[in-house]
Design a protein around this ligand. Structure first.
Ligand code: SF4
Length: 456
């Protein structure tokens, strides 16, 4: 069994949770569909976004330099990090120079990817995630399970128990309003005590040197308005060329992510606020080598809306943690093997190749095609698990010989009818661990087809 399937076993074993997770994400997917249908120009917007991103990736170096120059002109300081270690060291250096001990951080998948929280905590700095979902998973000492909805795998009863334990709320409380208010009160204290605020970046504009952070809770605004130091961590693919391009992406992002016409807060930062400091850390961490890959470079167009996760039948039923990476789901199954194919080689197989992810992607990334390409690549590099390789070889041998395929089909139909259940669902039947095999038909489709042809 592949690593993803092994990791998914625990989530799948809890049938009610798996069903509820599936429905919760499908509800958001349906909201996204309604929003997309409400805009006659939806497909035009997708095409425009795709073209802007293709242009951006073809001119990435120049646009980044333009952004750097303009951001400095506005008074920001720009830092370049080759990898996660440099990103963490730069941020720690900035905090240590100013003797900062308490930091508030709004949602940033890049800082998760770089392991910033544990790194700073090892250096004695308290980091509080201020997005409610992120804070819940932080209190549980867990990673986010979804890039937009980090706590989607947790039920409100579990949040109630967690808050009772950590915040002293009433035992058994499950009212979301009551729990959110308790979180707000505690987070308010963290905001007031913080000496620095860290944010991610959703879109950075080369033409102006400004950038935009999108949140639904306004936590990025509070986290950057109260403390004097703002550090923004940004993957180099977040750049867009012009301010005029921004509207295209903002219209697509909220609708694709949560089915809202627009994210509640789209905060623009153009240089530091009066009396404050703004530092922008531009991070590569494998993105340049992805840009150099003809097959997978289009994955850099991603705006991290999460729509491909919400629609993916595998993600919905196996949960985000089963991927074992910061960015899970279809897009994660492309970018993570690019970082380390040996470690993440099972992820392109966590896919039914249904193509739903490509259909919903607001920047028209051909996700399922890239996942199929990854499978070929995994085989070519000799990274396919030995058991799977053997099964694929056997299947290939049978499928290339129609007489053998017919004989195997007839044998399987008979064997399935007469074999005892314990034999059919033995350890060898990995597929049957989570599913019931269908009733074997009395005859093959070919025989049925021939009979019906005769009658015509
Ligand atoms: S790949 Fe497309 S659908 Fe998936 S998160 Fe990125 S932009 Fe959204």
């Amino acid at each position: 069994m592949s690593a993803h399937a092994v990791a998914a076993a625990e989530f799948v074993a809890n049938g009610s949770r798996a069903a509820w997770h599936d429905q919760a994400l499908w509800f958001i997917r349906a909201k996204r569909d309604n929003q997309a249908r409400s805009l006659p120009e939806w497909e035009h917007l997708r095409e425009l976004a795709s073209q802007v991103k293709l242009h951006t990736m073809s001119n990435l170096a120049g646009l980044l330099e333009q952004f750097d120059e303009n951001a400095r002109r506005l008074g920001a300081r720009v830092h370049w990090a080759r990898d996660a270690a440099e990103h963490n060291a730069i941020i720690h250096g900035l905090l240590a120079e100013r003797s900062v001990r308490r930091v508030v951080k709004s949602k940033s998948m890049l800082t998760e990817e770089c392991g910033l929280n544990p790194y700073l905590e090892r250096h004695g700095i308290e980091v509080t995630d201020t997005d409610l979902g992120e804070w819940i998973v932080q209190l549980r000492d867990e990673a986010p399970s979804h890039i937009v909805l980090p706590a989607i795998h947790i039920k409100k009863e579990e949040v109630g128990a967690l808050f009772h334990d950590r915040l002293g709320t009433a035992a058994g409380a499950t009212d979301p309003k009551y729990l959110a208010e308790a979180a707000r009160q505690r987070l308010r204290q963290k905001f007031l005590a913080a000496e620095a605020g860290i944010t991610g970046v959703n879109f950075a504009i080369a033409e102006t040197g400004g950038f935009v952070v999108c949140t639904n809770e306004g936590n990025a605004d509070l986290g950057t308005s109260l403390p004097p130091l703002h550090i923004a961590a940004m993957g180099i693919e977040k750049i867009i060329p012009r301010a005029a391009d921004l509207g295209v992406f903002l219209r697509l992002l909220g609708r694709s992510a949560t089915g809202q016409p627009i994210t509640a807060y789209s905060s623009h930062f153009h240089g530091p606020r009066p009396g404050g400091e703004l530092h922008i850390v531009l991070v590569d961490n494998g993105r340049s080598s992805l840009l150099g890959s003809e097959d997978f470079r289009r994955s850099l167009n991603c705006i991290r809306c999460g729509a491909c996760l919400n629609t993916c039948p595998v993600f919905r039923r196996s949960g985000g943690h089963s991927y074992g990476v910061t960015v899970a789901g279809p897009i994660g199954s492309i970018i993570n093997p690019a970082r380390d194919a040996a470690e993440h080689g099972s992820l392109p197989y966590a896919c039914s190749l249904c193509g739903s992810c490509s259909d919903v992607c607001p920047v028209k990334i051909d996700l399922h095609n890239q996942l199929l390409t990854w499978r070929r690549e995994i085989v070519a590099r000799g990274l396919l698990a030995p058991a799977k390789r053997t099964m694929m070889r056997a299947a290939s041998f049978v499928l290339r010989r129609s007489w053998l395929y017919r004989a195997a089909g007839a044998a399987a139909r008979t064997a399935l009818r007469i074999s005892p259940r314990w034999l059919v669902y033995s350890r060898l039947n990995l597929w049957g661990r989570q599913r019931e095999l269908p009733e074997p038909p009395a005859k093959s489709f070919r025989a049925w087809y021939d009979e019906h042809q005769e009658g015509r």
